[in-house]
Design a binder for this molecule. Sequence first.
Ligand SMILES: Nc1ncnc2c1ncn2[C@@H]1O[C@H](COP(=O)(O)OP(=O)(O)O)[C@@H](O)[C@H]1O
Ligand SMILES: [Mg+2]
Length: 321
Amino acid sequence: MSAHVRITKSVLDRTILYRLYCDCAAIAHFAAPNSHACPGTHIALERFDRRRSSMGLRPRYSQLHQLKVLRSMPQQISPKVQSPPHKSPAVFSVKELTKTYRMGSVDVHALRGIDLDLYAGEFIVTLGPSGSGKSTLLNILGGLDTPSTGLVKYHDHDLSHADDDELTRFRREHVGFVFQFYNLVAGLTARENITIVTDIALNPFEADTALQIVDLEDRANHYPAQLSGGEQQRVAIARAIAKRPEILLCDEPTGALDIKTGIVVLEAISRINRELGTLVVVITHNSSIAGMGDRVISLADGQISDIKVNAQRIPAKELAW
Ligand SMILES: Nc1ncnc2c1ncn2[C@@H]1O[C@H](COP(=O)(O)OP(=O)(O)O)[C@@H](O)[C@H]1O
Ligand SMILES: [Mg+2]
C-alpha cells in the first residue's frame, strides 16, 4: 500500500501541523543558528525532508541540515527548559495516590498519599532510598501498574480507572521506558532492536535517526554483546524515544554503569529533553544527579519528603559524582 493511499484526515492534519512547526523551526534556526534557541530543529527538519522524499517531493530544508554542526557545539542548556514551564496545563496530575501491595497476610504500603503535577518539557529527578516507592510511582505514571486509591490523570485521561487496553495504548503511544538493565533483544542488532518498536508506532523516527540522537549511528549493525554497557543503554534510550513519546521514564538508568559511562548516558537523556522537549523523569538513588533536573522530588517511605526547584540545571558532564 503506498503512502498516498494511507493518508487519512488525521494524518493530513498532523502533516500540516508538522509543516507549520518546521517552518517556525527553520525561521528560529535562521535567526539564531548558533544557539539551542529552537530545540529539536535539526531532527524535525531532517524528518520532514525524509517524509517529503518518500512522497517523491524534493527535500525542502536539506540546505539547513545542521546536525553535524550542532553536534560539534558546546552543549548548552536551552533557556526554554531552565525553569519549568508551569504555565501550561500539567501533563500528569496526581492526587492522593496510594499503592498497597498485599503479600500474604501483610500489606506493604509502597505509596502513601502522593500529590504531584508534572509539566511538558520538564526534567524531573526522583531521589530516595531503596524501598521508598520511586519505581512504584514511575510504573503507575507509565501505565505499567495501577493505584490502589487516588487519581492519576494524563492530560484529560484518567489513568487510575483505565482498563488494560487503554493502558497499553497509552504506553504504546506516549511513553518511553528506560530501565537499569537494558532489556535489548540479544539476537537483534541495535537497529533491529529499534525497528521492532518503530514498526508499530504511529509517527516514529527512522531507527537510524534515533541512533544518531544518542550518537551511535556507527553501531547500527552491532549486536548487544558487541556493545559496552553504556552503548547498550544508549540503544535502549534510542529505542525508547524512537516513537517520539511525550514522556520518557528512566528507572535507575545509570545504576549498572561506571561514572564516566553514566555521564554519557545522562547527557543523551538530557539532550532528548532539551532538543525534543520530552518530559523526562529519572529515578536515581545517586544524589549527585539532582543538579541536572528542573525539579528534584525526594521520596521517603512512600511519601514526597521534599521538592526542590533548581534555578540552574547543571550539564551532566559537570556533575560531581
Ligand atoms: N510487586 C510488588 N509486590 C509487593 N511489594 C512490592 C512490589 N513492588 C514494590 N513493592 C514494595 O513496595 C515498596 C516500594 O518499592 P519500590 O517502589 O520498588 O521502591 P524503590 O524503587 O524506591 O526502591 C518496597 O517495600 C517494595 O518491597
Ligand atoms: Mg526501584
